[in-house]
Design a protein. Structure first.
Length: 275
């Protein structure tokens, strides 16, 4: 007997599976895992210098999110589902409770992981991700929706690189990453990250978190980091003087030193300033 499926059943969205994401992995022999979560429009390549510096000590995992890098054949859905997928990745590949580092969109996902899967996280670094919508977030979302059709044009890539403070030496890599992202996924992910809202009054994060941002980023972001660092267990926050959202790209060595400081009790990077 033949069964007839409805159009809605045929068009139903399949859930994203962790096994279908591209994952860069190194240092599997080590007991402790760091999971690196990239920003919008980027991919796991942004963490390669970190991994080279750390995989002699840590098991390192860096996934390409849906719609990004080598996972661009899978469309981004929403922050909650992608957080679920990252959690599944941690469960299947991570060595016990893991450390997590996230920039921008990756930082937004860490908020979700801390909310939904706190038992998986040991310590975390959240970079350039506000816990609440920044002033002008509606304008940012409007701009993303308006310009996303032109995302991969040379003019738009140059405008984005300038606004983010991408140095000339990193522009080619930035351009290659943008060319690998799905326009729809970029639009969805950016819009959702800018709408993220953590209850600053009632949230309880039990994992130690280091919140960091560039000095010229939104005051809303700085304030949310300051508030949460006082509420979360043994947490801290700092900023990078004179730098903006992509400060890590222009000073990757300082960022790597921050990771070593937070996860290995190494010296604090002298370029960063505590709030």
């Amino acid at each position: 007997m033949l069964s007839i499926l409805s159009t809605s059943a045929l068009n139903a969205k399949k859930p994203i599976e962790a096994k279908n994401l591209y994952v860069y992995e190194s240092g599997k022999q080590h007991d402790k895992t760091i999971v690196f979560l990239h920003g919008s429009g980027s991919n796991s390549n942004m963490w390669l210098k970190h991994i080279v510096a750390l995989d002699n000590t840590f098991h390192c995992i860096a996934p390409d999110f849906p719609g990004h890098g080598k996972s661009n054949h899978i469309e981004w859905s929403d922050l909650d589902e992608v957080a679920d997928v990252v959690a599944e990745l941690i469960k299947t590949k991570g060595h016990g409770k893991v450390h997590v580092v996230g920039l921008s969109l990756g930082g937004s996902l860490i908020y979700k992981l801390l909310e939904k899967y706190p038992e998986l996280i040991d310590k975390a670094i959240i970079d350039g991700a506000s816990a609440v919508p920044i002033k002008g977030s509606s304008f940012v979302i409007f701009g993303v929706n308006l310009t996303s059709p032109f995302l991969k044009t040379n003019m738009m890539m140059k405008i984005m690189a300038k606004s983010l403070g991408i140095p000339d030496s990193e522009y080619y890599a930035f351009k290659q990453d943008i060319r690998m992202v799905s326009k729809k996924s970029f639009r969805r992910a950016m819009s959702q990250a800018n709408r993220l809202k953590v209850d600053l009054n009632n949230c309880t994060f039990n994992s130690p978190i280091f919140f960091v941002s560039g000095e010229t980023e939104s005051e809303t972001m700085h304030n949310s980091h300051s508030i949460l660092s006082k509420k979360a267990t043994e947490s801290k926050c700092a900023w990078c003087p004179g730098k903006g959202h992509a400060w890590m790209v222009s000073d990757v060595n300082t960022h790597i030193q921050l990771v070593k400081y937070w996860f290995l009790n190494d010296k604090f990077p002298e370029q960063l300033k505590h709030f």
